[in-house]
Ligand binder design. Structure first.
Ligand code: NAD
Ligand code: UDP
Length: 341
């Protein structure tokens, strides 16, 4: 009997890679998306594959799927800071109501549920690197609170369904991930830097660039998520690449791997921007036998090559988020709002 997975946010960056890898593993996929920050173009290459179905649905409304479902992977949510600053209510609704509905679907179908949580649950961390036992340091009333607290609520709700309803659940805390099919205008550091490098514009480094991130190539991340999905583990489990570097060094690496003539320009730092971030992946190593394999440099080369081969994504204006009003928050670095966000 062929297994079947429902992937919410399946037409987004991570969701589209997940759908592809689930199909490769012989699992049928129902991809649910309302195209708020994603696009059907991300899964167009899967459209003809047997066992793949794309459904235009908003998971903050009732989620109804006919037939058996073995896995529910809840990935729907704006994820880039400029997206969730522009879409604060949608972000809180998809983290709360969307998680409620998808947990309800998993309960009704007897499916295993996997929540895409985030390193943002640690906020601006005071424990470094971040192990799963760390409760975090989040400002609930700051601009990023809409995302961080929605994910923290989603984690709590997932555990409530596990404890009270006996739903088989898993929580993955995803650290910054990059790769093909990120929107060049989504505002995150890597797509911004690659787009700027490929068009010989200055790379916009926020603050003095000494804040750190630990960035993971998408293939490694999806591998870790599939291992967790098929394991008998609840988590939360951190999945990310512990190779920590400053944002300034990341910008320099992008300039080097793309052979760009760009320079670096310093712009204001967003409010509540975490100053350090590095996953402790001891648990993923122990439970899942997982660790990343692709170096940051190789991942950046693969991503830049994809951006070069897909110039149409530079003009990506088809996202529904594009029609939303601009955010009214202080301290944001200037963005190119000509694109998707
Ligand atoms: P993305 O914006 O590319 O994908 C999110 C998808 O969710 C989009 O296709 C969007 O249209 C869809 N969506 C949003 N609201 C929806 C709703 N109400 N109903 C149905 N679909 C909806 O972002 P991504 O980077 O692929 O992130 C995917 C998930 O992974 C998110 O939950 C995010 O919080 C989590 N995550 C991502 C990262 C990362 O580095 N990419 C890090 C931590 C956590
Ligand atoms: N950043 C930057 N220039 C940009 C976009 C982001 O210097 O053009 C910085 C941002 O302030 C943060 C880091 O890069 O310190 C990572 O930002 P991103 O939006 O990719 O992810 P976050 O970890 O903040 O969710």
């Amino acid at each position: 009997m062929v297994e079947r997975a429902v992937v919410t946010g399946g037409a987004g960056f991570l969701g589209s890679h997940l759908c592809e890898r689930l199909l490769d593993a012989g699992i049928d996929v129902v991809c649910l998306d309302n195209f708020l920050t994603g696009t059907a173009a991300n899964v167009a290459h899967l459209a003809g594959r047997p066992g793949f179905e794309l459904v235009d649905a908003d998971v903050t409304a009732f989620v109804d799927i006919a037939g058996d479902v073995d896995y529910v992977l809840h990935f729907a949510s704006p994820a880039s800071p400029i997206d969730y600053l522009q879409l604060p209510i949608q972000t809180m609704k998809v983290g709360s109501l969307g998680t409620l509905h998808t947990l309800g679907l998993a309960k009704a179908k007897g499916a295993r549920f996997l929540l895409a949580s985030t390193s943002e649950t640690y906020g601006d961390p005071q424990v470094h690197p971040q192990p799963e036992w760390y409760w975090g340091h989040v400002n609930p009333v700051g601009p990023r609170g809409v995302y961080d607290e929605a994910k923290r609520f989603a984690e709590a709700l997932t555990m409530a369904y596990r404890r009270y309803h006996g739903v088989d659940t898993a929580i993955v805390r995803i650290f910054n991930t990059f790769g093909p099919r990120m929107r060049p205008n989504d505002g995150r550091a890597i797509p911004n830097f690659i787009r700027q490098a490929l068009t010989d514009q200055p790379l916009t480094v926020a603050g003095d660039g000494t804040q750190t991130r630990s960035v993971c190539y998408v293939d490694d991340l999806v591998d870790g998520i599939l291992r967790l999905l098929l394991a008998d583990a609840a988590g939360p489990v951190n999945i990310g690449n512990p190779d920590e570097m400053s944002v300034r060094d990341l910008a320099d690496m992008v300039i080097r791997v793309t052979g760009s003539r760009s320079t670096v320009t310093f712009v204001s730092r967003p409010e509540d921007d975490p100053s350090v971030r590095q996953p402790d992946i001891s648990l993923a190593r122990e439970l899942l036998g997982w660790e990343p394999r692709v170096t940051v440099e190789d991942g950046l080369k693969l991503t830049a090559a994809w951006f070069r081969e897909h110039p149409e994504f530079y003009a990506a204006t088809a996202h529904r988020a594009a029609s939303q009003p601009a955010p009214e928050v202080g301290g944001q670095f200037p963005h190119d709002h000509s694109g998707a966000s």
